[in-house]
Design a protein around this ligand. Sequence first.
Ligand code: SF4
Ligand code: SF4
Length: 90
Amino acid sequence: MTHVITDLCIRDGACVEVCPVECIIPGQPEKEWPWYYIDPDTCIDCGACIPECPVEAIFPEADVPKEYGKSEAFNADFFKSGPGYEALNM
Ligand code: SF4
Ligand code: SF4
């Protein structure tokens, strides 16, 4: 399991501060990756990020609303084929 950031994200970065395993990364380049992303292989499902999000954009994988289903693949792709942690150096 993992947690997933949906496209409701407004990029304010509030969730990053509380993640104990530092697996939430701001998407870069912003035009291609306009939100923040959670590394599904590193997330420990602690749930600490959820109450920090002002727009309720973060869900446990199993609870992602259907209309945001694509966000799950988008999150995973960011680490599989996208810049992933390299985005921190962009
Ligand atoms: S659930 Fe916990 S480990 Fe996973 S992204 Fe949120 S704060 Fe980080
Ligand atoms: S707290 Fe919510 S809106 Fe802010 S960066 Fe994280 S997911 Fe996006």
